[in-house]
Design a protein around this ligand. Structure first.
Ligand code: CP
Length: 306
């Protein structure tokens, strides 16, 4: 069965069958990535544009690696060296790029809705690599894959998303994906970082991190987005760390073997202590490894669907 859409704009309303297909396909690609020769000819002849208007380490490299592993032709667009710096509009930039016959576009942009706007401007398959504070679907898919790989199943497990939920595209995509796959989802943060009426998404709210650790199987800990003025939402970084930072002492006090995810980049000593960020509970680098396989699956399933 193919995916139900030719774009991946978010995980809102993406059916369980599609998510299962992506996760199962990613498992096959992960096996290929463990072979001595990691390249397959699946997307030979396809041209993919990576259109990153915001900084990225993991997502950009992971997408490019996934594209090269699938033998696609890869074009990387850099805002600072493009004619955007001469005042060219977003629409004109896209129309000119499309005229060069691009098959797929992976886009990251500070404005929520940019991936959808691209679907209205060009015929290429569009993949959202993070749009403002809206969605980051491939991050949530790699989180789902990593949880399933470690625990065996997503159905019925309890996952708490901790931190700057209000400014997080990772949080929203995780909430949609986890709920669709049957997990019990909660969030934990200071009230200033919890969006109003989030309970309407079927999400429980914690304000106390110790209660969240005690009640859940998995913590997905978000980065405090200092570049998005997150500091205005709590009195000081030290106070945030004291009340919401995940430390070894806090985990030991509750005495719970909990799985810890973090999408990266980490603010060490803020949302995670060094001991936890490098410790036995976390799967932060395995998440990154899984990200390549998950992005290969998304590119393959969209790139071969017509
Ligand atoms: N997790 C994530 O999106 O990281 P980057 O911003 O480095 O891509």
């Amino acid at each position: 069965m193919p995916l139900s859409s030719r774009h991946l704009l978010g995980l809102h309303n993406v059916p369980k069958e599609d998510i299962n297909l992506i996760l199962d396909t990613a498992k096959t690609f992960k096996e290929i990535l463990e072979r001595p020769i990691k390249k397959v000819p699946t997307l030979q002849g396809k041209t993919i544009l990576n259109l990153f208007y915001e900084n990225s380490t993991r997502t950009r490299i992971s997408f490019e690696l996934a594209q090269r592993r699938l033998s696609a032709d890869v074009i990387n667009f850099s805002v600072s060296t493009s004619s955007v710096s001469k005042g060219e509009t977003f629409k004109d930039t896209i129309k000119n790029i499309e005229a060069m016959k691009i098959d797929m576009v992976v886009v990251r942009h500070a404005a929520a809705g940019t991936p959808y706007y691209l679907t209205q401007l060009c015929d290429a398959n569009i993949i959202n690599a993070g749009d403002g504070t809206h969605e980051h679907p491939t991050q949530a898919l790699l989180d789902l894959y990593s949880i399933k790989e470690k625990i065996g199943s997503i159905e019925g497990i309890k996952v708490c998303i901790v931190g700057d939920v209000a400014h997080s595209r990772v949080a929203l995509s995780n909430i949609f994906g986890l709920k669709t796959m049957g997990a019990e989802v909660s969030v934990c943060a200071p009230s200033t970082m919890i969006p109003k009426e989030i309970e309407n998404l079927g999400v429980k709210v914690y304000y106390n991190i110790d209660d969240a650790i005690r009640d859940n199987d998995v913590l997905n800990v978000l980065r405090i987005q200092l570049e998005r003025k997150a500091r205005e939402y709590f009195p000081s970084i030290r106070e945030y760390q004291q009340y919401y930072g995940i430390t070894r002492q806090r985990l030991d006090r509750i005495g719970k073997d909990i799985l810890i995810l973090h999408p990266g980049p980490i603010n060490r000593g803020v949302e995670l202590s060094n001991e936890v960020a490098d410790g036995p509970n976390q799967i932060i680098l395995p998440q990154v490894t899984n990200g390549v396989a998950v992005r290969m699956a998304v590119l393959y399933l969209l790139g071969t669907k017509n």
